[in-house]
Design a protein around this ligand. Structure first.
Ligand code: PHE
Length: 342
């Protein structure tokens, strides 16, 4: 038995020498020290020995077991240490850079304009994109069946009101916010309303069904076109960071009187005529005018006391001019090759 025990001990120790990973270590532990393990069996059989033998062999067996258990623990430690070393993480190394998104170019231009206008005492407001026929047209001096409704193709919502009329539209401009602002805040008033507008357009490089406008409204005593021009010049200098030449033409919009179209000298060819300005040297940027008395009335403002100007800046168009983008459809394309350039 003594020989048997010593032999087993040698075998276990030499097996342990060869162990390099924890699963092999666990197999050996089961093989020798498990419930049915070889060493366990021998230790158990010590009980069957005669008194004198039991004492000697028992002592030897226990010593061997203690030694073996200690060796197992030592080997386990070595394996663990090795695996920790292998997966060592140097927390001081620079990390992998995480890609960060950024604001959409239209949002960037919008933010710049908001800063500019708030610095001139304008407040920034919003309005619903799904509008009533009343705010989108009627209150803006465009009665039902008036030909001015055909100036743009509007998306009507396929849902009738109690009177059997289609009275909901996707707003075709940001101008309805003028009425909402007047009704809510009264005069005097300075506000801008940036946001989306929708038109049932056949899309091409210059037209999209969804685009951004920035409505401007200023109402006070003795407001004239001169105030409008001063504000617009401030806006252009802020955006283009250089003196921009403008020209003004008459323009018709039912909610202003007089109405104007404000053009800027083409930023791409500097007025020398190019395809971007349709060889005219000028770019249409901003329809505007003095608020029509009927519109002031719809907004609850006394047109004998107050006057005002309004403009409808094409935010999308302005972003195109600022960055030299030649296709409006890129903005809503979600194409990262385009968006990542800003
Ligand atoms: N709402 C007009 C449009 O979208 C633009 C406009 C706004 C014109 C304010 C005059 C005054 O076409």
């Amino acid at each position: 038995m003594e020989i048997q025990l010593n032999k087993l001990k040698e075998k276990i120790l030499s097996d342990l020498e060869k162990v390099t990973d924890s699963s092999a270590w666990r197999d050996l532990e089961i093989k020798y020290l498990g419930r049915k393990g070889e060493l366990t069996k021998i230790l158990r059989s010590v009980a069957d020995l005669g008194e004198a033998e039991k004492k000697n062999i028992g002592k030897l067996a226990n010593n061997i077991k203690t030694e073996i258990v200690a060796k197992f623990a030592a080997v386990k430690n070595i394996i663990l240490e090795k695996s920790v070393n292998q997966s060592f993480i140097d927390a001081t190394l620079p990390g992998q850079e995480i890609d960060r998104g950024h604001l959409h170019p239209i949002t960037q231009v919008q933010n710049e304009l908001e800063d500019l206008f708030t610095s001139m005492g304008f407040m920034v407001i919003g309005g619903p994109e799904l509008e009533s026929d009343y705010y989108n047209f009627e209150a803006l001096n465009i009665p039902k069946y008036h030909p001015a409704r055909d100036m743009q193709d509007t998306f009507y919502i396929d849902q009738k009101n109690k009177a059997g009329e289609y009275d909901l539209v996707m707003r075709c401009h940001t101008s309805p916010v003028q009425i909402r602002a007047m009704q809510k805040y009264g005069a005097p008033l300075r506000c801008i309303a940036p946001g989306r507008a929708f038109r049932s357009e056949a899309t091409d490089a210059c037209h999209d069904h969804t685009f951004y406008q920035l409505e401007g409204l200023m109402i006070d005593k003795d407001i004239s076109i001169a105030n409008l021009i001063a504000i617009i010049k401030e806006l252009l200098n802020g955006i283009f960071k250089k003196e921009i030449e403008i020209r003004i033409r008459p323009g018709y919009f039912p909610f202003v009187e007089p109405g104007i179209e404000l053009d800027i000298k083409c930023t791409i060819c500097n007025g020398k005529k190019c395809p971007a300005c349709k060889n005219s040297g000028w770019l249409e940027l901003l329809p505007a005018g003095l608020v029509h008395p009927n519109v002031l009335k719809a907004g609850g403002i006394d047109s004998k006391k107050y006057s005002g100007f309004a403009f409808g800046l094409g935010l999308t168009r302005l972003a195109m001019m600022k960055y030299g983008i030649n296709d409006i459809r890129l903005f809503n394309s979600g194409d990262l090759r385009f968006l990542e350039q800003f």
